[in-house]
Design a binder for this molecule. Structure first.
Ligand SMILES: C[S@@+](CC[C@H](N)C(=O)[O-])C[C@H]1O[C@@H](n2cnc3c(N)ncnc32)[C@H](O)[C@@H]1O
Length: 284
């Protein structure tokens, strides 16, 4: 906080709000919000808003003095991973990083080498490749399953993996041209992560798009296959026809999961209503 001509200038405002069950949380005018999905009404919300990007470093101080051990660790440790957490979160909060980068960061926090993980919408293969780098170890333990309804998407993913991986790593990836609602037919149980990046194939046919009904079935299936300690990560796009409805359905699904077994949250930019939203369902 600085004093300029007798006026207090605040660089960063941190607001914790405990909404009563009936409150209308849409009334908030703050710019960026991280909060629990409605099943956690009554729990505090963390809201961050900043007016000056040149003062980004202040967020460290504000977070470490105000929030959980997670954020204070971020500002006091210097390992490359903690510094990456710091960079991605800060970048997102200040509107410079995409929510998909936050999703990748969360995956890194959850998965370990040797895990089995799933890309439920492999598209052009970027997320599949990111998952391979997280789980395949030097002895080629770990497994990545990818699926997509479009043959073109499977080809694009396969091509990217062939170019980017050595043969041993490539063998640890299994791709299926199948609707994700049928994932239980092709996947093992005990998966650490199921990632959904909803919508259409970038550069492909925009008419072939994830549908609320099959997305919901896929979430039900993923819920059963997931290990405790695992996460279902969903990036939902609300800017195309049907996208908002699909997001609402995912949110309703998440809100109904029992809080003693699941921790569900979403991350979105409030003043960019068409920006994609990240929904995270952690299985306790
Ligand atoms: C936004 S793209 C995914 C991007 C991808 N993860 C990447 O890193 O490039 C969404 C993908 O979902 C696929 N899709 C649509 N409906 C599906 C379904 N029912 N089951 C599996 N994939 C589906 C589309 O074909 C499209 O490739």
């Amino acid at each position: 906080m600085m004093k300029e001509r007798g006026v207090m200038v605040v660089d960063l405002i941190l607001i914790f709000v405990c909404p009563p069950p009936s409150s209308n949380r849409d009334m908030t005018v703050l710019r960026c919000l991280l909060h629990p999905i409605p099943s956690s009404f009554g729990k505090p919300l963390l809201t961050l808003t900043s007016s000056r990007s040149s003062l980004q470093s202040r967020i460290n101080i504000a977070l470490s003095s105000s929030c959980s051990s997670f954020s204070s660790n971020v500002s006091t440790h210097s390992s490359p991973f903690l510094s990456e957490i710091h960079d991605v979160l800060k970048g997102y909060l200040f509107g410079q990083k995409k929510v998909t980068e936050v999703a990748h960061l969360v995956w890194k926090l959850v998965v370990q080498k040797g895990d089995t993980v799933v890309d439920a919408t492999c598209g052009n293969g970027n997320d599949t490749l990111a998952l391979v780098k997280l789980v395949i170890d030097d002895s080629f333990k770990g497994c990545v399953y990818g699926m997509d309804v479009q043959e073109d998407a499977i080809k694009n993913t396969s091509c990217l993996l062939d170019q980017s991986l050595d043969p041993g790593q490539r063998e640890c990836v299994k791709l299926f041209s199948v609707c994700h609602s049928k994932m239980a037919n092709v996947l093992p149980t005990n998966v650490r992560l199921v990632a959904f990046n909803l919508g259409y194939l970038p550069g492909g046919d925009k008419g072939i798009i994830t549908q609320s009904a099959t997305t919901l079935l896929a979430l039900e299936a993923a819920k059963e296959l997931l290990l405790p300690g695992g996460v279902i990560s969903i990036v939902a796009y609300v800017g195309h026809p049907g996208g908002r409805e699909e997001y609402d359905i995912v949110q309703r699904f998440a809100s109904k999961l029992p809080a003693e077994r699941w921790a569900c949250s979403h991350i979105e930019m409030l003043n960019k209503p068409m920006a994609p939203v990240l929904i995270l369902l952690f299985k306790r």
